[in-house]
Design a protein around this ligand. Structure first.
Ligand SMILES: [Mn+2]
Length: 234
């Protein structure tokens, strides 16, 4: 049994396809949210999740793009949010809206709680907090939880059997991490493994430069995807 755990794809089909080229024999795909926003391929990434029957949860950026689709006038124009909303059709929005905020998935006989975030960018440091949060979020004590949101990959054991993990972002790193490839997790025959793959950023860079978003929004993504010599690199 091979489970591919993804998170924070952020409308980056090039990174997603690169991971799939390597891990396409996975039996099951989980996604901890943020399928869209900040990238040029929101509809393609939603289609991918639908087609692969990934078990996903909704992230804060999925909610923001849905809200921009439903009420474009309430959002600042020429942002990734409005760009992504304009690229989605009703069935993509319906898919994002129906994603649950939490779900429990049985992996190799162990129930895993999947949800986008713990508390903002905080992480769970104690076993007591782990059990309290799992009871509160999933309605029962769990030994395993999976988060996204921080874009920081980690496997944290709080006891021999209790652990939370974060696959990191398929799409981009935080500004202090200079390596720009895709991060994800595999669980295969009981072993949890943090994986990283480089992906070609040149095509993505060209699409971002051509996107209908204002320069300030493009600059936000500069440390993530742009080559070192890009004029937009901060
Ligand atoms: Mn995110």
């Amino acid at each position: 049994m091979k489970t591919l755990i993804l998170s924070d794809i952020h409308a980056n089909l090039i990174a997603l396809e690169t991971v799939w080229k390597r891990e396409g024999d996975a039996d099951l795909i989980l996604c901890a949210g943020d399928i869209v926003d900040y990238g040029p391929h929101p509809a393609e990434c939603v289609e991918w999740m639908m087609e692969k029957r990934a078990l996903a949860v909704r992230g804060n950026h999925d909610e923001l793009v849905v809200s921009a689709w439903e009420d474009p006038g309430a959002h600042e124009p020429e942002t990734w949010r409005t760009d992504n909303a304009a690229k989605l059709g009703p069935r993509h929005v319906d898919y994002l809206k129906k994603l649950p905020l939490r779900r429990v998935v049985d992996l190799e006989g162990i129930p895993h709680g999947l949800t986008h975030a713990y508390q903002g960018y905080e992480i769970i440091r104690s076993l007591e907090e782990f059990h309290r949060f799992s009871g509160e979020r999933f309605g029962r004590p769990l030994h395993r939880m999976i988060f996204g949101h921080t874009h920081r990959r980690a496997i944290t054991h709080l006891s021999d059997e209790d652990c939370w993990m974060n696959p990191g972002s398929v799409s981009y790193r935080r500004p202090d991490e200079h390596w720009r490839g895709a991060h994800y997790v595999l669980i295969q025959d009981g072993t949890i493994s943090l994986r990283a793959l480089p992906y070609p950023t040149e095509a993505l860079h060209r699409e971002v430069l051509a996107a209908s978003v204002c320069p300030r929004e493009k600059e936000v993504t500069a440390p993530w995807w742009f080559p070192e010599d890009s004029p937009l690199k901060a």
